[in-house]
Every structure is written in C-alpha cells, then in structure tokens.
Design a protein around this ligand. Structure first.
Ligand SMILES: Nc1nc2c(ncn2[C@@H]2O[C@H](COP(=O)(O)OP(=O)(O)OP(=O)(O)O)[C@@H](O)[C@H]2O)c(=O)[nH]1
Ligand SMILES: [Mg+2]
Length: 189
C-alpha cells in the first residue's frame, strides 16, 4: 500500500480537488484515530499522534494507492477545548459531512474498554441520518486481557444494538485486527 499525505483543510476551499472515494475516521478525542490511520497504512508518522487529547485540529486527507482517500478528522468530546474552538470545529465537520459528495464510508472508533459514550451514539445517529455506511472499530484492545476481549466487544455491540460480527477490535500498538478492517473497507471503494 502506498500512502501519502495530501493536504489539511479548515474549510471547503481547502478540500483536495479529487473524486476519489473517501473513508473517514471519526471518534472521541484521544480514542486513537490518528494511530489507527498509521497502523492501517503501516506508516508510523503519516498522521500526527499526540500524547494529549485534541491534537488533530484540521481535516487531513491521505491518498491510498491513488485509489481512495483516508480522512483524519478532529475528535469530539474533549472537555478542555474552548467553546469557540468547539463551534469552529463543529462547523468544519458539518460542512464536510454535509457537502463532500464522495464520502463512501465512515469508520467510527470507540474505546474497547468503555461503553460507547453519548457523543459516540449521537455521532453514529448523525452518520445514519446522512446515509453513510458505518464500520465500528473498538480501539486499544491491547489494554484488555486477551480472555476478556470478546466480552468487551459484546458489551459494545449490545450498547450500540449492532451485531457482534460488525464490531472490529484493533490495537494500533500491537497491530492487531487491521487485516479484517482493511478487507471490510474494500467493500466500499
Ligand atoms: N495502548 C494503546 N494506545 C493507543 C492505541 N491507539 C492510540 N493509542 C494512544 O492513545 C493516544 C491518542 O492517540 P491518537 O491517535 O492521537 O488519538 P486521536 O483520536 O487521533 O486524538 P485527537 O487527534 O486528539 O482527536 C496516544 O497516546 C496513542 O499512543 C492502541 O491501540 N493501544
Ligand atoms: Mg488525531
């Protein structure tokens, strides 16, 4: 897989002039979106990973094999973000999700260790209303003992009222679960 950074945008004017299908990675701040993109592409420093939440502030586009784009967006639910910033980012995301016609799938990340949050559920609802197919990925499974991972995924599937087989567990640090997610992505590009 050949992956390259294309551009970062703050608004429509900054979106790449391209018709490639886009797969967007969404989720709470710090859930591991940028790490997921790096692990999926096998490039350690493609997307910026921060030790503190709120690191990704723009919409970042990555070209994959000149065939599709992977899109990294800012996380939601970061308590320390200023109100002004929350509004700015909300508008930026609304514009993208409402007007970018080639969005072909949304990858919703949730933390494997916790029940999906109210924000997670609202995000999923919003994506459903926009008619985007959604892939649910539970991150950081390395932080759960191996014997308890299935149970954690089951709890997420129950909480979201989605079949267990539609929830993918991954670890970006241990590189677990990416082949399965990649195969699923292929269905949408
Ligand atoms: N143990 C473990 N840590 C992870 C994993 N994925 C991400 N992290 C850590 O979680 C923190 C946040 O990761 P990011 O990839 O920057 O998260 P993000 O969702 O892009 O965050 P924002 O850009 O702030 O919205 C970093 O310290 C990562 O190293 C994982 O699978 N396992
Ligand atoms: Mg990020």
């Amino acid at each position: 897989m050949i992956s390259t950074f294309v551009t970062s945008s703050l608004n429509k004017a900054g979106w790449p002039d391209s018709n490639l299908p886009e797969i967007v990675v969404v989720g709470r701040s710090n859930v591991g979106k940028s790490s997921f993109i790096n692990a999926l592409t096998g490039k350690k420093k493609l997307a910026y990973v921060g030790s503190t939440p709120g690191k990704t502030r723009m919409i970042n586009f990555f070209d994959i094999d000149s065939t599709w784009m992977l899109v990294d967006v800012p996380g939601y639910g970061y308590a320390k973000m200023s109100k002004e910033m929350i509004v700015k980012m909300g508008n930026m995301m609304d514009e993208y999700f409402n007007e970018r016609s080639q969005i072909s799938c949304v990858i919703q990340l949730v933390d494997a260790r916790h029940e999906p949050t109210k924000d997670d559920k609202e995000m999923i609802q919003m994506m459903k209303e926009l008619n985007y197919p959604i892939i649910i990925v539970a991150t950081k499974v390395d932080k759960i003992p191996k014997t308890k991972r299935i149970k954690a995924l089951k709890e997420i599937s129950q909480s979201l009222q989605l079949p267990l087989k539609t929830i993918y567990g991954v670890s970006s640090t241990e590189r677990i679960g990416f082949d399965e997610v990649f195969a699923k992505i292929q269905e949408y590009i």
